[in-house]
Design a protein around this ligand. Sequence first.
Ligand SMILES: Cc1cc2nc3c(=O)[nH]c(=O)nc-3n(C[C@H](O)[C@H](O)[C@H](O)COP(=O)(O)OP(=O)(O)OC[C@H]3O[C@@H](n4cnc5c(N)ncnc54)[C@H](O)[C@@H]3O)c2cc1C
Ligand code: SF4
Length: 489
Amino acid sequence: MIRRWLFADQLGPHFLDAPRQPVLLIESKSVFRRRAFHRQKAHLVLSALRHRAAELGDQAIFLRTDTYGEALRKVSGEPLDVCHPTSRRAREFVRGHDGVTVLPPRGFTTSPGDFVAWADGRHGRLRMEDFYRDARRRLDVLMDGDAPAGGTWNLDAENRQPPPSSGMPVPAPPMPVEDEIDEGVRADLDRWESEGIEFVGRDGPRLFPATRREALARLRHFVEHRLPAFGPYEDAMLAGDPWMAHSLLSAPLNLGLIDPLDAVHRAEAAYRSGAAPLSSVEGFVRQLIGWRDYIWHLYWYFGADYGAADGLRATRPVPSWFRALDADAVEARCLSDVLAGVRDRGWVHHIPRLMVLGNYALQRGWRPADLVDWFHRSFVDGYEWVMTANVVGMSQYADLGAMTTKPYAAGGAYINRMSDYCRGCRYDPRSRLGLNACPYTAGYWAFLDRNRGRLRGNARLGQAMRQLDRIDDLPAVRAQERDRGDEAP
Ligand SMILES: Cc1cc2nc3c(=O)[nH]c(=O)nc-3n(C[C@H](O)[C@H](O)[C@H](O)COP(=O)(O)OP(=O)(O)OC[C@H]3O[C@@H](n4cnc5c(N)ncnc54)[C@H](O)[C@@H]3O)c2cc1C
Ligand code: SF4
């Protein structure tokens, strides 16, 4: 049987054709020299790769080299195959090697052929909701015959509740226990740092699964104990609870440790048995067969130039305090807490990413391509494929609506409704002018004002634009936000 070269994000059994298939694993140090990744992300990836090598034993050749090319030269002569890699750069690299056969991608739920057939039929109107419904039918997930389970496709309206004042009604997620492989990784990373390789963020105990066993334990615990509360509080934030009822599965999913369809089937079984309500299960299924696959396919479908899209002409560099995850420099309570979460864990959930970090960058006009790089490096689950459409399209609206219907820009009122941040903040979410003006509220109006021309035709912003026209202190807000600029708020 031909030897399967597994990249570090292809570590689960579904990337092999048979349990005893011979394997090649490569740990390349030069990857960490190219850009400064979060220390905990570097730890997780190396730990996962080394754990997989240990599990496979003599079934795998495990090479630790400076570059992939150096490793491949050591095994030249033996034919290899590899599942389609997850970045353009890696795809070009494997295609350029004689003796390496590239197979279709694995680890996603919709095939490239099915996506392209769907997207080409949409005549330029690509919307996640349409793709998701198509995927539900095609994969026969949460369907009762030809109709959606419970008679409705979308339970978003039930899933936008503010956080409960008494805290989340769920047990904390189980955390992995580090072992001697983690000890070795930590010692190597300390040594690499002393040699001059740079990382961002703080080191800390490993919080995300590095093995299939750990990943399945987290998935089982989520479905049994946390899934029922996932839906209603999906968008809510609490300063003292970074995890809420989220699954914390993006890192193991993106390492290829679990198959997304397996996770979906387990969630559906919880609904069918009455253990979890439809709103939560539908919300979770939507994230996996909807958003995750949609984002993956758009990375390829939109082409290489999409990553450089800048429809809103956002040209300001990401400031140094943000790049360095300097949460202590920030007084705005929401942004400080979220930036500290990135610094200390390399992870915050979807709404802090979109409505606190991304929203601030959007309002200030920071360069989308710089943000793609920042998110990619700073998050434990960050990969180029998942960053591009999430940041360029969804968060920064740099594609002017190719994948969303309006920019995810919002003032402090949204953050106040969906979190407990504003109560302890020196700013006032209702105020747009003066010493206690909320930087998000003032920034929102300044953003709309700056982009009037580019956003004027957007029907979903019609009401906000009419409100903007009625703001009598707009010139003062404009000047105030110009002065605030890119300083830490
Ligand atoms: C600006 C921005 C950057 C993001 N960067 C990443 C990233 O680097 N890596 C990443 O995996 N996700 C990213 N996301 C999507 C999403 O925020 C994370 O997948 C999620 O917060 C991970 O936490 P979780 O596993 O608890 O997810 P849950 O809330 O429990 O959701 C379940 C799963 O759905 C999938 N999912 C949900 N939304 C998305 C999405 N928009 N894109 C891809 N998968 C999705 C993830 O695999 C996730 O594990 C980003 C979103 C935004 C707005
Ligand atoms: S008042 Fe504004 S800056 Fe402060 S926490 Fe609320 S939204 Fe954030």
